[in-house]
Write a protein that binds this ligand. Structure first.
Ligand code: NAD
Length: 288
């Protein structure tokens, strides 16, 4: 498809954006489905967010994705928020609906879909999740909204701990059907005990990501029962030490690259109303 005077613009804002897989993923999908859209990435610093959104409004773009560090700043620039975006307190997708900017957060849904792709349903399940930053908050909140029955959140007592407290309080108020408790990540015995009673364990911390790729939050291999599903948000490396150990012990694993792909596919659906050719995109751009 040639770019013409009718082509509509979509884009990514944040900083850095040069490494992002989003432009190839979306442009490939637009071409494949014959959609007259083009997708670019713009390097926008946090303090430039409001000005950038004003410009995107003026250019009447079809929509845009937001990456760090602009995800929370965009919240106040939107005319309306989805329930997920409001509860998470961050927006990764904005859809322009006849001039109104609607903010969504598809990170958590991306994780839910990456689990479903591996045959893992989350409704009625118990999950232990480690982390309290952006990825952890999105997954914890979306999992509760999607019908997870019980959540044990383990957070390190660093600058993110207040996030975890706020998330737990919000969910206790807004999703009372989900039992949620907060623990200190330093308490390894408690962590292993909670994983022992869970269907799913998710690492949503930076542990396992380069340069911490030798590390795993689970050092006791007896924690890995065969029925346990182990997921990791880290996608660099593709298979973290946690996932390698869990797989060797017979657990089903859900790698972080799935969340990365499916959060994009969920945004694609919001922009176009169509399913992204996700499996082809995965094979072309996200496999090793
Ligand atoms: P963040 O900075 O918002 O949060 C970092 C989290 O890691 C916090 O909970 C912090 O307490 C914890 N942490 C950091 N160092 C730790 C350590 N040494 N021990 C224990 N906990 C530690 O980051 P984020 O945006 O939530 O990203 C976290 C990871 O998830 C990164 O590896 C990122 O690349 C990945 N991520 C993946 C996706 C995806 O689509 N798969 C999306 C977002 C983020």
């Amino acid at each position: 498809m040639e770019i013409s005077g009718h082509t509509q613009l979509l884009c990514l804002i944040g900083s850095p954006v040069g490494h992002s897989g989003s432009p190839v993923m979306y442009n490939y999908s637009f071409k494949k489905l014959g959609l007259d859209y083009a997708y670019l990435a713009f390097d926008i610093k946090e303090e430039e967010t409001e000005e950038a959104v004003r410009a995107l409004r003026l250019f009447n773009v079809k929509g845009f994705n937001i990456t760090m560090p602009c995800k929370t700043k965009v919240v106040s620039c939107c005319d309306e928020l989805s329930r997920e975006a409001r509860l998470i307190g961050a927006v990764n997708t904005v859809v322009n609906q006849d001039g109104r900017l609607i903010g969504h957060n598809t990170d958590g849904l991306g994780w839910v879909r990456s689990c479903r792709e591996k045959g893992v349903e989350i409704r009625g399940k118990k999950m232990t999740i480690a982390g309290s930053g952006g990825a952890a908050t999105a997954i914890t909140i979306t999992a509760a909204l999607e019908g997870m029955e019980e959540l044990s959140v383990f957070a390190r007592k660093d600058s993110f701990y207040e996030n975890a407290q706020a998330t737990v309080e919000k969910l206790q108020r807004e999703v009372p059907g989900c039992r949620i408790r907060l623990f200190d990540l330093e308490d390894k015995n408690k962590l292993y005990q909670e994983i022992g009673g869970s269907d799913i364990f998710t690492n949503a911390t930076r542990v396992g990501m380069k340069p911490m790729d030798e590390l795993s939050l689970v050092e006791d291999m007896s924690v890995f029962r065969e029925e346990l599903v182990v997921s990791d948000v880290v996608y660099n490396p593709r298979k973290t030490r946690l996932l390698t150990d869990a797989e060797a012990a017979g657990c089903r694993i859900v790698p972080g690259v799935g969340m990365l792909l499916w959060q994009g596919a969920e945004a694609f659906k919001l922009y176009t109303g169509m399913e992204m050719p996700a499996r082809e995109v995965m094979e072309r751009y996200f496999s090793d």
